[in-house]
Design a protein around this ligand. Sequence first.
Ligand SMILES: [Zn+2]
Length: 415
Amino acid sequence: MAALFRPEVQALPREQIRALQEERLRALIARVFDQPIPFFKRLLEGAGIGPDDVKTLDDLRRVPRITKQDLRDSEEQHPPLGDYRGAPVSACVRLSTSTGTTGRPTISLFTPRDLAVEYDAACRSFARQGYSPGDVVTHAHPAGLNGGAALLGGAIEAFGALNVPVGPPASKADAQRAIAIWRELRPNRYEMFGPALHTFWETAKEMGLDPASDLGMSPPADMPPWRTISAGLECFAFLGSACSGFVGSHVCEDAAIVEAIDPVTGDAVADGERGHLVVTALSKDNFLLRYDLEDLVRLDHTPCACGETHLRAFWDGRAKDVVVAGERRLLPIDVWVALREIEEVSRPAAEYQLVRTADTSSIRVRVEAPEPSSALEARLHGLLEERLGVPVRLELLASGALPRPAYKPMPVVDE
Ligand SMILES: [Zn+2]
């Protein structure tokens, strides 16, 4: 079992976690009014909340949730940075933008303390996954205005491992350059999303290499589901990760309050049910209150065998990727978890797509197979209908038929 990176915090009794959260929450609310932070002051006053009204986690429920659109609106109305920042720009040392996969990118700012909070959370994550200082860690997150590569790279350096950033495989030449250096360096950790890893895997094979023995890569199929959970660069990138049991991601509860909320009623959902991930960052200079990621998560407050006392969260996907079929609200991960049961479509990587159509009586799924056959199609069709609990219209496609995004998966298309 991997050791905890910060046992005095990560194994804190739950009542002490709560006390620490409430102490930090009270300090945040005081800053909103005293500093003041105009965006959040308006938000609280608009809900009839004064400086002394939020003292406990229950009181926090009265604070309206905010979304990325609220941050965009604030940046547009008070250009360029908006009026929601907890720290003046003169105190910040890094700027980055979001990927813009869901609209106009927002700007993220970090003070040295904000970076320290992220790096500490990332180091907990590396330790949970058995990394050691001295490891060679390579990653393919985008750089430039997008802050992914800088933040992950900084965290790897803070942990004492060697940071090898190669950037997303946007072209064959990019992928080949990265593979050439990996051949020399033999990284022992590959930190990247499934689509990027699959592109590198396929390119290495085209180059006549065995990605496992020549580069030390593991196929995307070996990545367990629910490995990590993030609240974005704008709130808390390294929110949590799974321990060795892969039974949900422990979130850093000393540094964030994490809720799963029914988006319609605004009430907390029960453990195990899907709700919107809502995060309050507690220890950053640039903090956000009740930030609704519009992602779907399930929480688990039960004790974990690893000894970490902080709650576990299962990140199931984006709310916008829900596909309604019959009585069910399905997400790409529901399909992926089923595909993993059939080796012919899941190794080295499952490539699939959910197609949202006007017909919501069934779900349309496209799946790649290296060797499609009618026997495989029948077996896969039966499995998907059983696991998803709805009629499935399956299209089995040859390898390479579906697009390969360079960075994050985009598994739902509208038609
Ligand atoms: Zn655990």
